[in-house]
Design a protein around this ligand. Structure first.
Ligand code: CP
Ligand code: NVA
Length: 304
């Protein structure tokens, strides 16, 4: 039976904690010559641009001995009207797994329903679960645990925020999301996470209240890919939701600052904070590769 990774909760808590431990080992150089993907082709499908997701998957697949096949709709007959279902059935005959970045989450679900190979969500309008794995790994590296750790997410209740909410529920860190009215995270994701969580997940309006005594401060762009037409209105709404030194001073002294990147410097985060001593944003970007390698191992060569 193939396993998909369309949302964080497609893996159990034990699988996620095992994956994070494995990613930390891989980062430390363990099993550097272990090549479980020899002879395997992994598709990387992009409807939108990407720096981290594309290159961390390509590099990680190579390190595991596999081959990455990159595609965009324009390269494929999809661009000329072939259906997602027929594309999924065809690609399943050549590839051993596929990572997909799409506008609509439904596109990834439709592909997964019609493919016989594991499908990994590399960002949709609804979720970014690969990002949440790297976020969790970075939090664990910096704070040594999840329980009792308080994270504040300041900004748009978007795909990154939705997956972070699932991570908080599964791994047990507290999460306060501060966002303007009308920009809350996905309600169903929030309700399911709260029902499953032992930790506290709250939605607030005031960024300072969220950041108060936080161990970690997280933000993402105010305008996600595909929302360019909303840019001016959103920038006005989010003006108070910037991670800057003033907001940092509300948090604990050893607060770690996270951002999935790419950043719009001067909007959701200032240069001073992003380049400052609390920032772990490039460790977080690096951890995309280690966690995705552990994910590919889990989906393609699970322990016997
Ligand atoms: N964080 C992230 O997914 O970055 P890219 O858009 O560069 O892949
Ligand atoms: N929320 C952002 C994340 C980019 C990695 C977007 O969807 O554009």
């Amino acid at each position: 039976m193939k396993r998909d990774f369309l949302k964080l909760t497609d893996l159990t808590r034990d699988e996620i904690t095992g994956l994070l431990r494995r990613a930390i080992d891989l980062k430390g150089g363990k099993d550097a010559s272990h090549c479980p993907l020899i002879g395997k082709n992994i598709g990387l499908f992009f409807e939108k641009p990407s720096t981290r997701t594309r290159v961390s998957f390509e590099a990680g697949i190579y390190q595991l001995g596999g081959n990455a096949v990159c595609m965009t709709p324009a390269d494929l007959q999809l661009g000329r009207g072939e259906t997602i279902a027929d594309t999924a059935k065809t690609l399943s005959r050549y590839l051993h797994a596929i990572m997909m970045r799409t506008f609509s989450h439904e596109t990834i679900e439709e592909f997964a329903r019609n493919s016989s190979i594991p499908v990994i969500n590399g960002l949709s309008d609804l979720r970014h679960p690969c990002q949440a794995l790297a976020d969790a790994m970075t939090l664990l590296e910096k704070k040594g645990k999840f329980e009792g750790v308080k994270m504040a997410y300041v900004g748009d209740g978007n795909n990154v925020c939705n997956s972070l909410i699932e991570a908080a529920a599964v791994l047990g860190f507290d999460l306060a999301v501060a966002c303007p009215e009308g920009y809350e995270p996905h309600m169903e994701t929030l309700e399911n996470a709260r029902a499953a969580a032992r930790s506290e997940i709250v939605i607030l309006r005031d960024p300072r209240e969220a950041a108060g005594m936080a161990d970690a401060l997280y933000t993402d762009v105010w305008v996600s890919m595909g929302q360019e037409n909303l840019a001016e209105a959103k920038k006005r709404k989010f003006a108070e939701y910037q991670i800057n030194s003033r907001l940092l001073s509300c948090a604990k002294k050893d607060v770690v600052v996270l951002h999935c990147l790419p950043a719009h410097r001067g909007e959701e985060i200032t240069d001073e904070v992003m380049d400052g001593p609390h920032s772990a944003v490039f460790d977080q970007a690096e951890n995309r590769m280690h966690t995705q390698k552990a994910l590919l191992e889990l989906l393609l060569s699970p322990p016997q």
